[in-house]
Design a protein. Structure first.
Length: 319
């Protein structure tokens, strides 16, 4: 074989194995974190804190989207080092920007999250899963959401020594928190000015985790708060950009199986749950009530018609 040809071939292979792309703002040339890369096959990934995505993970054709930027459909073989996105120039909703005036007559309403600890009655998260829950105004003119608490389960069965045992699971995930306006008691428009990310891990979160929300004003129609799973992070809390599925041989074909994340989210029978769920990368990523979502529950005694996530919260008000 020609030595020069061999050298070029090895260089190209090494380049393709190490190549990464950066998602950038087209106006400021700055990297954009948490950009959605929809593979258009029910799976997808997100860019990390520096806007990086692994070129080798991307399919031949994919959709790039972000709350603050215009969507793009790209072909893998047409992109170079950077992918540039154009801003949507969003207008903030004034009703949500009300500041709480200081008052000596503040009242507080709190509720604790409920958990049953039974991993068979849970949602198994994967990359792109987002669930949201309704926060009621309760008729107060000036009410503000300080925090919400999400119940979790970080134990599951695994086989050890030929026996099935319930064991704690280590996890360290990046989640995105979003706030949605409410219309007819359903999530309506996402309000990106309140979106942020947070790392949760098994070392600091055993039965629940808390999300501080900096006293967001709750309008008369209420609002929704959501949690979206974006993937595992490394020891430096940086998102690990990797394939969201495993490939397995099944008879004469290769099948894709989602990589489940921890922790699990417990489902509880509730009246008027007003909890919704969607997968960002599914063919139809519309919100569905958890009671209507088509997922299997290992414990068939749990009535799916009344399912919800029984969160905790803290609300302050001054009337």
């Amino acid at each position: 074989m020609n030595i020069k040809f061999l050298f070029v071939l090895l260089v190209n292979i090494a380049y393709s194995q190490s190549k990464k792309n950066v998602i950038c703002d087209s106006e400021h040339n700055s990297p954009i974190a948490n950009v959605s890369m929809d593979f258009m096959n029910g799976y997808g990934i997100y860019s990390n804190e520096d806007g990086f995505v692994d070129y080798n993970v991307l399919p031949d054709r994919f959709i790039v989207s972000h709350l603050s930027y215009k969507d793009s459909i790209l072909n893998k073989n047409e992109i170079k080092d950077s992918i540039f996105l154009k801003s949507k120039n969003l207008i903030l909703k004034e009703v949500f920007l009300t500041k709480r005036e200081s008052s000596l007559n503040l009242k507080q309403k709190s509720k604790k999250a409920k958990n049953h600890g039974d991993f068979t009655k849970t949602i198994f998260p994967s990359v792109g899963l987002e669930f949201c829950f309704f926060i009621d105004n309760d008729g107060h003119n000036n009410s503000f959401l300080k925090l919400v608490t999400i119940p979790i389960i970080n134990k599951s069965f695994e086989f050890k020594g030929g026996k099935q045992k319930l064991v704690p699971k280590h996890f360290k995930d990046l989640i995105a928190i979003n706030v949605y306006s409410s219309k007819d008691y359903r999530p309506y428009e996402c309000l990106p000015e309140f979106s942020f990310t947070k790392v949760i891990d098994s070392e600091h979160n055993d039965t629940d985790f808390t999300i501080e929300l900096n006293e967001i004003s709750i309008p008369s129609e209420g609002l929704f708060v959501s949690v979206k799973f974006m993937g595992n992070v490394d020891d430096e809390d940086r998102l690990i950009v990797e394939l969201p599925y495993k490939k397995i041989q099944y008879k004469d074909e290769i099948r894709k199986i989602s990589k489940n994340l921890m922790p699990l989210i417990p489902l509880i029978k509730m009246d008027n749950a007003r909890c919704f769920l969607r997968y960002e990368f599914s063919e139809s990523n519309n919100w569905l009530p958890i009671s209507e979502y088509n997922f299997k529950i290992k414990n068939q005694s749990l009535d799916q018609k009344s399912l919800g996530i029984d969160i905790g919260y803290k609300i302050i008000y001054n009337n």
